[in-house]
Design a protein around this ligand. Structure first.
Ligand code: GDP
Ligand code: MG
Length: 298
């Protein structure tokens, strides 16, 4: 397989409870990634699992805030975080149960539709459908007017339809080198975790002021004895946003850096020297640059 054909991307999984999201991801990846930190719930992406094959790499993510609700301030806040997180998600997967489309499914669909992401539909638990002839009309009904890029009837539990699902997702993902090194997941995850901890501080300290498409790159990550020496850049889109992040006399970015340093020190149980920069990036046009920017591609 040539490098040009390799595909990779983040895929958000959405659906009401109990439709089989966890079962599906576990069936796809065959193991649970161990990089999920206790803080993960508050971070931008919770990595549910990474499916690596010769053809490409699918990183399934849970996106905090993509869970309906929305009336209370905390929900608005989390939804804002979710929208920021969507900047580097390539695809949304809505999971439902064969034969059922209820209010909760409709709500999950609407949340996904609002993101504007290309979306696919997984109709799970087809093993429970006795009369398979009812499946086609069901699919026709739920897809009508909902504009899914693809539909995958499958059984996560029985492992039916998973290969087609993998092929189909990869077709919809951008050409890209792997986002996670197959043998380097731990190493990568440390940088990832650091970027997440910095993002968490950004969210905490800027709240609603956090510019929409902010990313954090880890430019240097070096162990010097008991010291972790880290250089990171916060990328924003406009000069005005940079001014917000930096704050008057650099007070904001200093506080963000201090908060992040303490969090990283706790996480790694190590002294940390953190150098934090803010830069304006021209455009988000280039997917690969965005992925590299997120610290996954060397
Ligand atoms: P989640 O809440 O969406 O993450 O759902 P889970 O993955 O926890 O699954 C909920 C329940 O559905 C569990 O009892 C699973 O065993 C069951 N389940 C998941 N996938 C399938 C499937 O393909 N067929 C059947 N019959 N049950 C399934
Ligand atoms: Mg689950």
């Amino acid at each position: 397989m040539s490098e040009a054909q390799h595909r990779a991307g983040l895929v958000a999984i959405i659906g009401r409870p109990n439709v089989g999201k966890s079962t599906l991801v576990n069936a796809m990846v065959g193991y649970k990634v161990s990089i999920v930190s206790p803080k993960a719930q508050t971070t931008r992406h919770r990595i549910l699992g990474i499916d690596t094959s010769a053809a490409g790499q699918i990183a399934f993510v849970d996106t905090p805030g993509l869970h309906g609700g929305g009336k209370r301030a905390i929900n608005r806040y989390m939804n804002r975080a979710a929208r920021g997180a969507l900047a580097d998600v390539a695809l949304g997967v809505l999971v439902i149960e064969a034969g059922t489309w209820g209010e909760d499914d409709e709500a999950a669909f609407r949340v996904l539709a609002e993101t504007g992401l290309p979306r696919v539909l997984v109709i799970n638990k087809v093993d429970r459908v006795r009369d398979k002839e009812t499946l086609l009309p069901f699919i026709a009904g739920v897809t009508q007017g909902r504009d899914f890029a693809a539909v995958f009837p499958l059984s996560a539990e029985k492992g039916v339809g998973l290969a087609d699902f993998r092929r189909g997702l990869l077709q919809l993902l951008p050409e890209s080198p792997a986002l996670f090194g197959e043998d380097e997941i731990t190493d990568r995850s440390e940088r990832f975790l650091v970027a997440e901890l910095i993002r968490e501080q950004l969210l905490r300290q800027l709240g609603a002021e956090l510019p929409y498409a902010t990313t954090v790159t880890i430019d240097a990550f070096a162990e010097e004895g008991q010291l972790l020496r880290i250089a990171a850049t916060i990328h924003v889109e406009r000069e005005g946003q940079k001014a917000i992040v930096i704050g008057s006399g650099g007070s904001r970015i200093k506080a963000i850096g201090q908060g992040a340093r303490i969090a990283i020190e706790q996480q790694f149980e190590r002294k940390v020297f953190l150098e934090l920069w803010c830069k304006v990036r021209a455009a988000w046009a280039d997917d690969e640059a965005a992925l590299r920017g997120f610290g996954y591609v060397s």
